[in-house]
Design a protein around this ligand. Structure first.
Ligand code: MN
Length: 387
């Protein structure tokens, strides 16, 4: 039986790489649903090639164009955010790949879990915002959450076969991004174009900025807490500029296991879809002699404030990670539209975190409300500070 896959965010970086994995393994996977926000040309092309049962375009403005373009195909077409929220419940889906950007992943992910669908989780913001709720739902509906994030996939792979052996600690590796080793003066002057050049990974714009600012690593710390049931003090970040060691687990006897390979997101995507099996691949193999030196260093949380802010949000818990995420989504957008500088991003987030109203045990509605309020207050602050 082929696994029937729904890809939420099929036109993004993870979405397109997921389709590559599927097309390389046609005996194992088939595409059931594709969804996108705005990239209608690519969605049409993907729909023609992969022949899903359903496509959804979130932005309803594109509905007529999509319908017209696919009128000769036996594909159902829906539009709007409600359709996106509901399509994950379809009987014929086995696994939902959550590859959309940011907070928008939360509701469809919750709905997919409630409908009993396994999740290949690429949308880390969902875990950052509401990891506790996601875990509770997953247990209640007997759903597995397979990490797609390369670091979390690495941890997951290191845990295979360890049964009940306790984790003492994990080390999440970070490339350090394009500004590793920069002085504060240099950081103050970096541009959008500089930030969009990641040394090792080819990713979407939002996550590339998050990587440059280290917010991505901060989110991954929070994601790891929920995926692996860890306390904050069990999670360490180590900068590893070559991105070959994808992360490390240390067990209670002191033994450490690492997962390694060339940086290619197709590998963690494929593993999330094929687990527990490993499928044959032609991904480029690692050569030790291309990398005679693998290096490790401490992250600089004074210069890269976001990592410290994420640990603070993690320690405070409640709706604080949701506040962190909402403020970050607004400042990243503002930075990408040249409204604020690189270093203003963490400044604004810190200020918002200190002023926001804290809820110790939020429910889903509290998260939705928090997200809405923080977007408003952060946008107001951006406006005040805009260059
Ligand atoms: Mn990652």
């Amino acid at each position: 039986m082929k696994k029937r896959i729904a890809i939420l965010g099929s036109t993004g970086s993870i979405g397109t790489q997921t389709l590559e994995v599927i097309s390389q393994n046609p005996d194992y996977f088939e595409v059931e649903v594709l969804t996108a926000n705005n990239n209608i040309e690519l969605l049409i092309k993907q729909a023609r090639q992969f022949q899903p049962n359903v496509v959804v375009i979130s932005n309803s403005c594109h509905y007529d164009q999509l319908k017209e373009a696919l009128k000769d195909e036996p594909i159902k077409i829906y539009a709007g955010r409600e359709a996106l929220h509901q399509v994950v419940e379809m009987e014929t889906i086995d696994v939902v790949v959550t590859a959309m950007v940011g907070y928008s992943g939360l509701i469809p992910t919750c709905n997919a879990i409630k409908a009993g669908k396994h999740i290949a989780l690429a949308n880390k913001e969902t875990m950052v915002v509401a990891g506790e709720i996601i875990n509770r739902l997953a247990i209640e509906h007997k759903v597995n959450i397979y990490p797609v994030d390369s670091e979390h996939s690495a941890i997951f792979q290191c845990l295979v076969g360890e049964f009940n052996n306790e984790i003492e600690k994990i080390y999440l590796t970070a490339s350090g991004g394009p500004f590793r080793g920069f002085s504060s003066e240099q950081l103050a002057a970096v541009t959008k174009a500089d930030a969009l050049k990641h040394p090792n990974w080819d990713m979407g714009a939002k996550i590339t900025i998050d990587s440059a600012s280290m917010m991505n690593k901060g989110f991954e710390v929070i994601e790891a807490k929920w995926l692996f049931g860890l306390k904050p003090e069990q999670i360490d970040v180590v900068v590893h500029p070559q991105s070959i060691v994808h992360s490390i687990v240390q067990f209670r006897d002191g033994s450490m296991k690492a997962q390694m390979g060339l940086p290619d997101m197709k590998l963690p995507i494929q593993y999330a879809l094929s687990f527990p099996e490993r499928l044959v691949s032609d991904f480029k193999r690692f050569s030790f002699f291309d990398y005679p030196k693998l290096t490790f260093e401490q992250p600089n949380t004074k210069k890269f404030r976001n990592l410290a802010l994420a640990f603070e949000a993690l320690n405070q818990g409640g709706n604080m990670p949701c506040i962190l995420n909402a403020a970050n989504e607004v400042v990243v957008q503002a930075f990408l539209s040249d409204k604020i500088s690189f270093l203003q991003m963490p400044e604004i987030i810190e200020e918002i975190m200190s002023k926001a109203s804290f809820i110790k045990t939020p429910d889903l509605d509290d998260y939705i409300q928090t997200d809405k309020e923080i977007r408003i207050s952060t946008s107001a602050m951006v406006k005040k500070l805009a260059i």
